[in-house]
Design a protein around this ligand. Structure first.
Ligand SMILES: NC(=O)c1ccc[n+]([C@@H]2O[C@H](COP(=O)([O-])OP(=O)(O)OC[C@H]3O[C@@H](n4cnc5c(N)ncnc54)[C@H](O)[C@@H]3O)[C@@H](O)[C@H]2O)c1
Length: 264
């Protein structure tokens, strides 16, 4: 019996996104970098937007049809400038991936309220501003908005009170935006993606916040019935599907990609 190799990059070139314009927040690192690469491989012109402008420039330079732009997702004025720039150059935005995010560890007894506010500002307000700003341009041509939530937006963990609150908010905000766009007949779909633990720098940042990183890593593995963590390409593949017309009947939905974590 052969097993699927889960640790190597997926390399499909389907060209489902030729001539589309995409913007990926947090595109300098981890999942955002993998998503930007996959959308570009599918033919899209990809804007890599990140607060880390140097990292965004590096990632964009690796893409066939990429461009970098500095963006703090919590800043309404910066969103306005970014969308205006995309409009000036392309006159349209077909795909928005709200991926930028942080993970703040802590329970209701240990998490400081300022850290809780910071978590919500980036992971919730950042997504809200992205959707609101992009709609202005996207509603003229239609498009697809994909919000990267988390398995933690569907399932609670005692040590993740802030992250659980933030990603649960993204889950229902996505549905509300999808319903609004459908009722307005904008031709815009809005869905959320809920990864389990994926090997990216965010995992190292989480391990740096806990007293016993080995135990935490063992806990991550135990939480995934499939027996291993995910690869960034696993998430990029579902984002490419949601960005393409193949998912034309999908809106307001939460797509899990978590090795069975939320089935437990
Ligand atoms: N890696 C996982 O296991 C996992 C699991 C579920 C969900 N997610 C979600 O996926 C998304 C990406 O995570 P990742 O693992 O790639 O993390 P990462 O830390 O590797 O990358 C996050 C990126 O977001 C950028 N960023 C942070 N704050 C920003 C801001 N205010 N404005 C613009 N950019 C900002 C960072 O510079 C970085 O490039 C996050 O929303 C995260 O919650 C990750």
């Amino acid at each position: 019996m052969t097993h699927t190799d889960h640790s190597t990059p997926l390399r499909p070139f389907l060209h489902r996104l030729d001539n589309r314009v995409a913007l990926v927040t947090g595109g300098a690192s981890g999942l955002g970098a993998a998503i930007a690469a996959r959308l570009a491989e599918e033919g899209a012109r990809v804007w890599v937007a990140d607060i880390d402008s140097q990292g965004a420039a590096v990632q964009a330079s690796l893409l066939k049809n990429g461009a970098a732009i500095a963006l703090d997702v919590t800043c309404k004025n910066q969103w306005h400038s970014v969308i205006s720039r995309v409009e000036d150059i392309h006159g349209r935005l077909d795909i928005l991936v709200n991926n930028a995010g942080i993970t703040t560890m802590g329970s209701i007894e240990t998490l400081d309220v300022d850290a809780f506010r910071h978590e919500l500002e980036i992971d919730v307000v950042g997504v809200f501003l992205g959707c609101q700003s992009a709609l202005r341009l996207m509603r003229t041509t239609g498009g697809s908005i994909i919000n990267i939530a988390s398995a933690a937006g569907l399932k609670a963990d005692a040590g993740l009170v802030g992250y659980n609150a933030a990603k649960a908010a993204v889950t229902l905000m996505t549905k509300s935006i999808a319903l609004h766009c459908a009722r307005q007949k904008y031709g815009i779909r809005c869905n959320s993606v809920h990864p389990g633990a994926i090997h990216t720098p965010i995992i190292d940042k989480v391990l740096a916040q806990v007293p016993n990183p080995t135990e935490t890593m063992d806990g991550f593995l135990a939480a995934h019935p499939i027996g291993h963590l995910g690869h960034p390409d696993d998430v990029a593949a579902i984002v490419a599907y949601l960005a393409s017309d193949e998912s034309r009947f999908a809106t307001g939905a939460a797509f899990s990609i978590d090795g069975g974590m939320t089935a437990l």
